[in-house]
Design a protein around this ligand. Structure first.
Ligand code: SF4
Ligand code: SF4
Length: 87
């Protein structure tokens, strides 16, 4: 399973929670603090590293506040094995 994480632009977030509702892993929460515009932004709360980097949260955010990063497993070893097999 791929692993991911998100970075939130807290100052632009208006706490609408669309991203929270969209997240299949339930790792997005509302923060206990307010941003400078008076909104409670969202935070990633993911102690078990359940975020897969699926990007659903970023897709539904109407303000483009979320950047998604996903770890992509290296295929170097697989590719090398394949090259040896056909040599
Ligand atoms: S990338 Fe996917 S799993 Fe991760 S926080 Fe966003 S919706 Fe949830
Ligand atoms: S969808 Fe965007 S604006 Fe709404 S809570 Fe999530 S990050 Fe904030």
């Amino acid at each position: 399973m791929a692993r991911g994480r998100i970075v939130i632009d807290v100052e632009r977030c208006k706490g609408c929670e669309l991203c929270r509702d969209a997240c299949p892993k339930d790792v997005i929460k509302l923060a206990d603090i307010f941003n400078s515009k008076g909104y409670r932004p969202i935070i990633l709360l993911d102690p078990e590293h359940d975020c897969t980097g699926c990007a659903l949260c970023a897709v539904v955010c109407p303000d483009g506040c979320i950047t998604v990063y996903r770890d992509v497993p290296s295929r170097t070893r697989e590719a090398r094995g394949h090259a040896q097999a056909i040599a």
